[in-house]
Design a protein around this ligand. Structure first.
Ligand code: ZN
Length: 338
């Protein structure tokens, strides 16, 4: 079985985008705010949105189960207030739940959190708990920068975040560190903001004692870990200069990287540098990069193909990468019987 730990519902019917548009208009004119139950999307529309996209790609590429969450660029935590985020997250998570119910063999849910800049993340606990207990979701996406590119909230290692971490530990769910859209014109969202955030989160973890406080807390850093594997020597050296323990001991029981790197040399570097126990297969298919690489004739985001083509990684390590590690990190997957 091959589990893709990073997929978003990027192909939702237009009605979802229209709901969001009306919600944003309602910030100026509350009378035009849509009601929570006013999103007209049928099960057939959900099926249609997936059959020609994620489901087709699963079949074509030979992957089985996708860990599925709302569209990351659409989370838009910087828009409106905590109440805006609460309604929007609830709507998006419910759609994921419906999809996982329609296709229990193909998708398992991860939730969006109702974060809002300057608002303590305690406000996310109820939605996380609801999604895990009522919907059977197995993790959450945590935005380290709800301001959308201005980094106005404390680092992920600040006690600001601790009540949410306590709940994650209690529920035994990991978070994927995932920013949303950038409203800072300096940072293109998928090309710069995402990769910056992945790198930034790792450096925050490196300089803190977060995992001494939460020995079982788990984070997945997506997009191959941003700049981290490429600059592994830099991070090891900085840790050493700061008198920190070796990175393996300091972070690698708690921090994992996905394989959303869209070329073979990048995947090879990731697999050479980061221990196989810390790598989770992912493609983020129908995501940031949707085209075909003219050099290979294959989709850039067909990441399984790159791993399959590497002959110096053992079958046992590939098995860990393709499913074993994801079952360990997203331990509720096992409880769910997948
Ligand atoms: Zn993503």
């Amino acid at each position: 079985m091959i589990i893709d730990c990073h997929g978003h519902y990027t192909t939702a019917p237009k009605a979802l985008e229209e709901f969001r548009k009306r919600q944003i208009e309602g910030l100026k004119d509350p009378s035009s705010s849509p009601a929570k139950d006013s999103l007209p999307i049928s099960d057939d529309q959900l099926r249609e949105s997936l059959e020609g996209a994620q489901l087709k790609l699963q079949r074509n590429r030979g992957t089985d189960l996708t860990v599925f969450s709302p569209r990351a660029g659409g989370m838009g935590h910087h828009i409106g207030t905590a109440a805006t985020s609460e309604l929007w997250s609830g709507i998006c998570n419910e759609l994921i739940h419906r999809i996982c119910t329609l296709y229990p063999e193909n998708f398992v849910g991860v939730c969006q959190l109702p974060q809002s800049p300057g608002v303590r993340p305690d406000n996310c606990i109820a939605e996380l708990e609801r999604c895990v207990k009522e919907y059977g979701f197995i993790g959450c996406n945590l935005n380290p920068d709800p301001s959308g590119g201005y980094w106005t909230d404390p680092p992920l290692t600040d006690k600001w975040w601790y009540p949410l971490y306590e709940k994650m530990v209690e529920l035994d769910v990991p978070a994927m560190v995932h920013v949303s859209a950038s409203c800072n014109p300096n940072f293109h969202f998928t090309g710069a903001h995402y990769i910056n955030a992945d790198t930034t989160a790792f450096m925050q973890f490196l300089t803190s004692d977060l995992f001494r406080d939460f020995p079982t807390l788990k984070f997945v850093i997506p997009h191959g870990g941003g700049a981290v594997p490429y600059h592994w020597g830099r991070y090891r050296g900085i840790a050493q200069d700061m008198g920190r323990p070796p990175l393996k001991e300091l972070l690698l029981n708690n921090v994992f990287f996905d394989t959303c790197v869209y070329h073979k040399p990048g995947i090879e570097l990731l697999l050479k540098v980061i221990p196989a126990d810390n790598i989770l297969f992912a493609s983020e298919m129908v995501g940031a990069v949707r085209g075909i690489d003219p050099e290979t004739g294959h989709y850039y985001d067909d990441t399984k193909r790159y791993i399959d083509a590497i002959d110096w990684v053992s079958a046992a390590d590939k098995e860990k990468i393709f499913q074993g590690n994801t079952r360990k990190v997203y331990s509720r997957l096992v409880a769910r019987g997948a």
